[in-house]
Design a protein around this ligand. Structure first.
Ligand SMILES: NC(=O)C1=CN([C@@H]2O[C@H](COP(=O)(O)OP(=O)(O)OC[C@H]3O[C@@H](n4cnc5c(N)ncnc54)[C@H](OP(=O)(O)O)[C@@H]3O)[C@@H](O)[C@H]2O)C=CC1
Ligand SMILES: Cc1cn([C@H]2C[C@H](O)[C@@H](COP(=O)(O)OP(=O)(O)O[C@H]3O[C@@H](C)C(=O)[C@@H](O)[C@H]3O)O2)c(=O)[nH]c1=O
Ligand SMILES: [Mg+2]
Length: 285
C-alpha cells in the first residue's frame, strides 16, 4: 500500500517516517516537494503519487506568529487538508490527520471528550478546527487525532527550549495556571501505526465504523510549570523553576487555561496510552 506522508521534518512526521514502515510503502514529501501553502501543488503531488493513504502531520504550528499571519495559517491548516480530502475522495484513499487541544477554550477544568463543544481562543486553534471540519465534511475514510503539548528530542518544542534555557539561566519563570498533557511525538507515531495495523486487519467496513476524531494524549495532566520542573529534574540540572501566572507572561496568542483531553475513546477501541511523566522519562533517557 502506498502511503503519502507530509511533514517528515517535523516532530511527529519524523517519528511517523519510522513507525509507518510496517504499514506500507512510505513516500515522504517535505516542503520542497509539496508546499502546503500552494494548494495547486498539493493537488498535483497527490495526483502524481496516487496514495491509498495520506498521513498529514504537517502544519503551521507557530501559535503566537499565527496571530499576525492568519491567512497563511488557515491555508496550511485548513485549506490544504481540505484539498487532501477532496483528492483522497477521487482516489478512494483514506486520510489520517492531526489536530490540537487548542480547539477548546479550556474554560472548564474537566478533561474534554471528542463530543464536547469547541471554541478556539487563537488563530492557530481556529485554523486547526477548520481543517478538522473540512475533512469530516468530505465524507471520506479518515482519522483525526487530536493531541497536545507535543515534545521530543528533535525539532522545535517546549522540552528542548527549557533544556536550553535551564542550562543558560539560574532560574526560569513558567506559567502554572495552564493545564494540559505533554505528549511524546513517538507515542503519537506508534499509536498511529498500531491503529492503522488494526485498520488493515479489520475488514472492509473498518473505516466506516471507525472514521472520526480521537483524542490522543498522554495520560495524567500537569502545567507548563510542573512540566518544566520534571524536565529540569530528569536532566539533573541546577535551575530554579518559579511558578508565574499567564498575566505575568504576555503572549500575542491566548491559550486555553485547561485543555486536558480525555483519550478514553481511543483507549477503549484501540490501545493503551502511557502516563505523561513516564513517557517523558523514556524520551529523555
Ligand atoms: N507541536 C505541538 O505542540 C502540537 C502539535 N499538534 C499537531 O500535531 C501535528 C504535528 O505537529 P508537530 O510535528 O509537532 O509540528 P512541527 O512544528 O514539529 O512540524 C511541522 C511540520 O510541518 C511542516 N510544514 C509547515 N509549513 C509547511 C508548508 N507550508 N508546507 C509543507 N510543510 C510545512 C514543517 O516543515 P518545515 O520543517 O519545512 O518547516 C514540519 O515538517 C500538527 O498537525 C500539529 O498541529 C497538536 C498538538 C500539539
Ligand atoms: C518559554 C516560556 C514559555 N512560557 C509559557 C508560554 C506559554 O503560555 C506556555 C507554553 O509555551 P509554548 O509557546 O512553547 O507552547 P505553545 O506553542 O502554546 O504550545 C502549543 O503548540 C501548539 C502547536 C499546540 O497544538 C498545543 O498543544 C501546544 O503544544 O509556556 C513560560 O511561562 N515561560 C517561558 O520561559
Ligand atoms: Mg510554540
Amino acid at each position: 500500500m502506498k502511503v503519502l506522508l507530509t511533514g517528515s521534518t517535523g516532530q511527529v512526521g519524523y517519528e511517523l517516517a519510522r513507525s509507518l514502515q510496517g504499514v506500507g510503502e512510505v513516500v515522504a514529501v517535505d516542503r520542497g516537494v509539496m508546499d502546503l501553502s500552494d494548494l495547486d501543488q498539493v493537488r498535483d503531488v497527490i495526483r502524481q503519487v496516487k496514495p491509498r493513504l495520506i498521513v498529514n502531520p504537517a502544519a503551521y504550528t507557530a501559535v503566537d506568529k499565527a496571530e499576525s499571519e492568519p491567512a497563511l495559517a488557515h491555508r496550511i491548516n485548513a485549506e490544504a487538508p481540505a484539498v487532501m480530502a477532496q483528492e483522497a475522495r477521487v482516489l478512494g484513499a483514506a486520510l489520517v490527520h492531526y489536530s490540537t487541544d487548542y480547539v477548546f477554550d479550556g474554560a472548564q477544568p474537566a478533561p474534554r471528550a471528542e463530543t464536547d463543544p469547541v471554541g478556539p481562543r487563537n488563530v492557530y486553534g481556529a485554523s486547526k478546527l477548520a481543517g478538522e471540519q473540512a475533512i469530516a465534511a468530505a465524507g471520506i475514510p479518515h482519522l483525526i487525532f487530536r493531541t497536545s503539548w507535543v515534545y521530543g528530542m528533535r525539532g522545535k518544542n517546549f522540552l528542548l527550549t527549557m533544556l536550553r534555557l535551564a542550562k543558560e539561566r539560574d532560574e526560569l519563570r513558567v506559567v502554572a495556571d495552564q493545564h494540559g498533557a505533554p505528549t511524546w511525538s513517538r507515542t503519537i507515531a506508534d499509536v498511529t501505526a498500531q491503529v492503522l495495523a488494526q485498520a488493515h486487519a479489520g475488514g472492509s467496513d473498518w473505516w466506516t465504523r471507525n472514521s472520526g476524531i480521537y483524542h490522543l494524549s498522554a495520560q495524567g495532566q500537569t502545567t507548563w510549570h510542573a512540566f518544566t520542573q520534571a524536565i529540569v529534574e530528569e536532566a539533573g540540572l541546577d535551575c530554579k523553576v518559579l511558578p508565574i501566572t499567564t498575566a505575568d507572561y504576555p503572549t500575542p496568542a491566548q491559550r486555553p487555561p485547561y485543555s486536558v483531553l480525555s483519550s478514553e475513546k481511543l483507549m477503549t477501541r484501540f490501545c493503551h496510552l502511557p502516563d505523561w511523566k513516564e513517557a517523558l522519562q523514556l524520551c529523555m533517557r
